[in-house]
Design a protein around this ligand. Structure first.
Ligand SMILES: [Zn+2]
Length: 277
């Protein structure tokens, strides 16, 4: 049995502030150890539960945050950028039985610690077939196309609530309770590691591959904080204006839809100017 862990950082233990997740800052150096602790706890739990292989896919920022040297030696880690499926890279090879979303967070425009969708603040909302969608929602649809269930979700309490919508069966661990976008009541790494390890062990039995879900077509609509970002996004083939500060596009599969999403966010981030956005 093989488990894939998609590891994001905003939902990690102790993390509440931009500097906590911005590579290169002293706070990030400190918080990456707590992030590693969360991920390693999931690794240990999945092996406790009977997994044979655990692959971690780094999914935050430059995707170079976790401390490889502190991970259980049975785990393997995919680190670095430029991957076909981005946050859930590795799910497409037909050998993954279950996926965990560790350190996830709520979506752009929603309540939650460091809530955003891909871009830190230029995107103010994302809708998938008319429903508001977080990264968890988008990635859950991607992995469903490969028949892989989401078995574990960790993050703040609101992230766990969000996951009830896209992975009702998955085990959930709230490592902190949301107070504001930049504040939370945090539990210590020792305590959250114990909680995550127990939940991952329990979640291993849910890692049973199912028939691939063909749920398309998928219409994705994005709203930006400034209108010129919508204009910039329309250079991506298939992406059209759908309103002021908004664009939308349709993909026949979620694989296509998430790849177009990545193209849009890459183009849009290049169009953001310091200070004025
Ligand atoms: Zn994220």
């Amino acid at each position: 049995m093989k488990i894939l862990i998609s590891a994001d950082m905003e939902g990690a233990t102790g993390v509440t502030w931009p500097a906590d997740v911005l590579p290169g800052t002293p706070q990030w150096e400190r918080c990456r150890a707590m992030f590693t602790s969360d991920v390693n706890a999931a690794v240990l739990g999945f092996f406790d539960g009977g997994a044979d292989e655990v692959l971690i896919n780094e999914a935050h920022s430059s995707m170079r945050n976790l401390l490889l040297e502190r991970l259980d030696e049975r785990a393997e880690m995919l680190t670095g950028r430029h991957k076909a499926l981005s946050m859930v890279e590795g799910v497409q090879h037909g050998d993954v039985d279950g996926i965990a979303f560790v350190g996830y967070h709520t979506g752009a425009g929603a309540e939650g610690v460091l809530a955003h969708t891909y871009l830190a603040n230029s995107i103010t909302g994302v809708w998938l077939n008319g429903e508001r969608a977080s990264e968890g929602v988008l990635n859950a649809h991607v992995v469903a196309e490969y028949g892989v269930p989401v078995v574990l979700v960790t993050g703040d309490d609101l992230t766990c609530e969000d996951a009830l919508g896209y992975a009702p069966e998955a085990r959930k661990v709230a490592v902190k309770d949301h107070v504001s976008r930049y504040a939370a009541v945090c539990r210590t790494p020792a305590r959250t590691a114990a909680d995550i390890r127990a939940a991952a062990k329990d979640a291993t039995s849910l890692a049973v591959r199912h028939e691939p879900v063909r749920g398309g077509p998928f219409t994705v609509e994005l709203e930006f904080d400034a209108d010129h970002l919508g204009a910039a996004a329309t250079v991506v083939p298939g992406v059209a204006r759908s309103g002021e500060r908004r664009v939308s596009y349709t993909g026949e599969t979620m694989y296509e839809a998430i790849r177009t999403f990545k193209a849009v966010t890459t183009i849009v981030s290049a169009a953001v100017e310091e200070q004025y956005g």
